[in-house]
Write a protein that binds this ligand. Structure first.
Ligand code: ADP
Ligand code: MG
Length: 392
């Protein structure tokens, strides 16, 4: 899936509309994690070095089609200025008079940022008139927003039909690495899938089942699999309407020889805010209690499979890792993935946060900047952001 690369574009002196994903987590107006800004730097630096006039554009949060000060990109513009070592001025609007004035005054090698794309209702609607206005700002379009690649929005889809479109380095790298998991993974290929709900992950489980050698299931979603095996899960989070799907999935895995593992022991408590939990066998969860993490025997079993993997893909925490009594399972899996000599990929908002919280991000081969986009790609779906860029 090699896309026409920004490297092949003649950008000198041109106005380049660069779509990035600077949807960074903020707390009290400060950036908590600037990974996504750093991840786009190679493309931004390359454009600046080659004398482009760079128009940086992103969404942030969910302002729902109207300007809101909490969703301003001001913190991102300030951080990008620091990282780039040159000023990046933020327009007061998205594609209005302020943005046009700034862009008109830009010299080659300068970068400006326009305000949050989602301040305009036309962005999420992929509205033609808004796409026209965005396209009118620039001569070329470069997409480096992998985190938004699963959204057919105006700055991802509409604009790419109106300007010569190229892939940035981050977009291409994410697409290459994730596509390789589907097409040509080094075996044994082990997928570790957790998180809250089976309904969020069933499509990716289905698409991976024929490709993996082992599938390790933890987190809240494992509870539905335990129910499918005839176990009781008390008050645990579970999706009873999906018990049949989980049972069919278990049968299919067995039929094709995939090593499917669900928790054999679990950490239970009466409530999520309990100060501590108890470890019990997965078939011994008392009524009135709920499962909040995988137990130590399960961690050991998962770690053993992971240790001999040629490829690991991990999405979704093994428990409620945000709370210390229920963080050990996720941490144990994070340590095992970090220690695996094979090629390791982590995708998903909370899973990535857990790896970073454990200080293990540097020991993972690829941390995806797009949770939703990485899942949809691995579900076998066509991502609008990739479809919009011509092949190389
Ligand atoms: P990701 O963002 O990595 O794709 P998800 O969004 O699917 O992951 O799920 C993450 C959430 O799942 C976490 O906030 C975590 O607290 C929750 N979770 C994990 N295990 C359980 C459980 N046993 N019960 C309830 N919630 C859980
Ligand atoms: Mg999530």
């Amino acid at each position: 899936m090699s896309k026409r690369s920004v490297a092949a574009a003649d950008v000198s002196g041109k106005r380049v509309f660069l779509r990035v994903d600077f949807n960074v987590p903020l707390k009290d107006g400060r950036i908590v994690d600037d990974t996504r800004i750093r991840a786009a730097l190679p493309t931004i630096r390359d454009l600046v070095d080659r004398g482009a006039r760079v128009i940086v554009a992103s969404h942030l949060g969910r302002p729902k089609g109207k300007p809101s000060p909490e969703a301003s990109l001001a913190p991102a513009a300030a951080r990008l200025s620091e990282l780039l070592g040159q000023p990046v001025v933020l327009a007061a609007d998205t594609a209005g008079p302020s943005a046009r004035h700034l862009i008109d005054g830009m010299a080659p090698g300068q970068a400006v940022m326009i305000e949050n794309l989602r301040f305009d209702p036309g962005e999420e609607a992929n509205d033609d008139a808004f796409a026209d206005r965005l396209a009118a700002l620039a001569d070329l379009y470069v997409d480096d927003a992998f985190g938004a690649a699963h959204r057919a929005h105006a700055s991802v889809s509409g604009i790419a039909e109106r300007l010569p479109a190229y892939a940035g380095y981050l977009l291409q790298r994410e697409a290459d690495i994730l596509q390789r998991l589907l097409d040509n993974p080094a075996h044994p290929f082990v997928a570790v899938v957790g998180g809250a709900k089976v309904s969020d992950k069933l499509a990716v489980l289905e698409h991976l089942l024929d490709r993996v050698d082992a599938l390790l299931i933890g987190g809240g979603m494992a509870n539905t699999f335990l129910l499918a095996q005839g176990r009781e899960v008390g008050n645990s989070l579970a999706e009873r309407d999906l018990i049949g799907s989980a049972a069919a999935f278990i049968d299919r895995a067995r039929a094709i020889g995939v090593d499917l593992r669900v928790p054999q022991d679990v950490v239970i408590a009466a409530a999520i805010d309990a100060p501590s939990g108890d470890v019990v066998a997965a078939d011994a969860v008392p009524a009135g209690m709920a499962i909040f993490d995988i137990g130590p025997a399960t961690v050991a079993s998962f770690a053993e499979v992971i240790s001999s993997a040629g490829t690991v893909f991990w999405n979704g925490p093994m428990g409620v890792f945000e709370r210390p009594p229920f963080a050990a399972g996720t941490r144990g899996v994070a340590l095992a993935v970090a220690a695996c000599p094979g090629f390791t990929v982590v995708g998903g908002g909370e899973s990535v946060a857990a790896v970073e919280q454990a200080g293990l991000a540097g020991k993972i081969d690829h941390i995806s900047t797009g949770g939703g986009a990485s899942l949809e790609l691995l579900e076998g779906r066509i991502l609008p952001g990739l479809a919009a860029i011509p092949d190389a």
